[in-house]
Ligand binder design. Structure first.
Ligand code: S3P
Length: 444
């Protein structure tokens, strides 16, 4: 593997051996953000462990410090962060000195809107050139119904100033899309509103907020496509242990599924059903993959994902209501589909257009570079697989600053037949800084 520091371009060459052995992936990004933010909102000192050390989570840690929480999280021998966060509790967040830069992290920006809405503060949120292009109206619209204001009025994208109010109204809101970030922002604001705040969603999105808020003492209900909190309530400090991130595990699992001779166990990884849709999709493609629960961290199940290479993967159809459970895994699953016999269709994946970059266009373009036919049909993504796919020589990809695309295209070379170039590979620092090291260790 060669790595050019200046341009952060890597050449990902075929791995010298199949992937074999056991691995633990870094802590779950969604749970890490929530652990940091909820602990900052709580009264008292929470103990956190297994927290992901990545640029995105560091954006949340920096933000809560700027807002008056005390976070002493230190690097552990396994690379995770652990320590304490003392929250602002009933005092509320303090007015920060300047804007809060959320970097590349949509979760930080969108969840903070819900965190700040119930307090008398005016906080400007901003982010990097990708985040300032992402839609924020989906969050500001329901929070405005609750009584918060956002300046400049009518703005769709960051920078936006959140003007909170101590007199928020509880609402019942029908979300236009399945988004855990939207659901979480509304529920977090609802914690401080008088009455029951209800969020209904068109398909089930990840439920880490509903599982974690009761650990902080908040009366929360969760059922299929609906969640609610009863306010006003206070968060009380607690202990959170973060399991491994299934979205990071997905890159290892998909790599092993396509690289002949591979056999891998990913341990201590979250098995939250809302997150392991990729395992179900791989099963439907005929992959040899299984999960085994070994415990729970709070209410979050975790365990082992085992995968072995199978030569005869076939295409499948992923229905619209399952997309939220694979929303971050579509690019890498599309790469697996490129190796499978027949056609794979991901239904209603329009949300991919507003991720860190337009992932739908990027997947179609990247697969074309591999000589694979893929296209958009309305909001569906269609891929015509090519069993025995050979990597064209000199193929070059651009991550477009998107961590999941950086890892997907690196796998095209690592698990392929010829080296590929991946520009701006450093984007992986957002969620899985040690990705290359981990995958190369398994293939020794
Ligand atoms: C996340 C929710 C998802 C996901 C993102 C993390 C979260 O986004 O894509 O990586 O932690 O709540 P949406 O809620 O926009 O679908």
């Amino acid at each position: 593997m060669s790595h050019d520091q200046a341009s952060a371009t890597i050449v990902a060459a075929p791995l010298p051996a199949p992937l074999r052995g056991s691995i633990r992936v870094p802590g779950d990004k969604s749970i890490s953000h929530r652990a940091v933010l909820f602990a900052a909102m709580a009264e008292g000192t929470s103990r956190l462990s297994g927290v992901l050390d990545s640029q995105d989570v560091r954006s949340s840690i920096r933000a809560v410090r700027a807002l008056g929480a005390e976070a002493s999280l230190e690097k552990q021998p396994d690379g995770s962060l652990a320590g304490t966060v003392t929250g602002w509790g009933g005092r509320g967040p303090s007015q920060p000195d300047g804007p809060i830069d959320c970097g590349n992290s949509g979760t930080t920006a969108r969840l903070l809107m819900g965190v700040l809405a119930p307090w008398d503060v005016r906080v400007e949120l901003t982010g990097d050139e990708s985040l300032v292009r992402r839609p924020m109206r989906r969050i500001t619209a329901p929070l405005m119904k609750m009584g918060a204001r956002f300046l400049p009025e009518g703005r769709e994208t960051l920078p936006i100033t959140v003007c909170g109010s101590r007199r928020l109204r509880a609402i019942a809101y029908d979300a236009p899309m399945a988004s855990a970030q939207l659901k979480t922002a509304v529920l977090l604001a609802g914690v401080f509103a008088e009455g029951v705040t209800v969020l209904n969603e068109p398909a089930p999105s990840r439920n880490h907020t509903e599982l974690m808020l009761p650990e902080f003492g908040v009366d929360t209900t969760a059922a299929d496509r609906t969640a609610s909190v009863t306010g006003p309530a206070r968060l009380k400090a607690c202990e959170v242990r973060v399991p491994g991130d299934p979205s990071s595990a997905a890159f290892i699992v998909c790599a092993a599924a396509v690289r002949p001779g591979s056999s891998v166990r990913v341990e201590d990884v979250s098995l939250n059903p809302a997150r392991i849709g990729f395992v179900r999709t791989l099963e439907r493609m005929g992959a040899d993959v299984s999960v085994c629960r070994t415990g729970a961290a709070g209410k979050e199940p975790y365990g082992v994902i085992e995968v072995r290479h199978t030569p005869d993967l076939h295409g499948c159809e992923v229905p619209a209501e399952k997309i939220a459970s694979i929303v971050d895994e579509v690019p890498v699953l599309a790469l697996v589909a490129a190796h499978a016999r027949g056609v794979t269709v991901f239904r209603e994946v329009g949300e991919l257009r507003v991720k860190e970059t337009d992932r739908l266009a990027a997947v179609v373009e990247g697969l074309a570079r591999l000589g694979v036919d893929a296209w958009e049909e309305g909001n569906d993504l269609v891929i015509e697989g090519r069993p025995g796919l050979r990597t064209p020589s000199g193929a070059a990809f651009d991550s477009k600053g998107d961590h999941r695309l950086a890892m997907t295209w690196a796998l095209a070379g690592l698990c392929g037949t010829a080296p590929v170039e991946v520009r701006d590979f450093d984007a992986v620092k957002v969620s899985y800084p040690g990705f290359l090291f981990d995958i190369e260790r398994l293939a020794r």
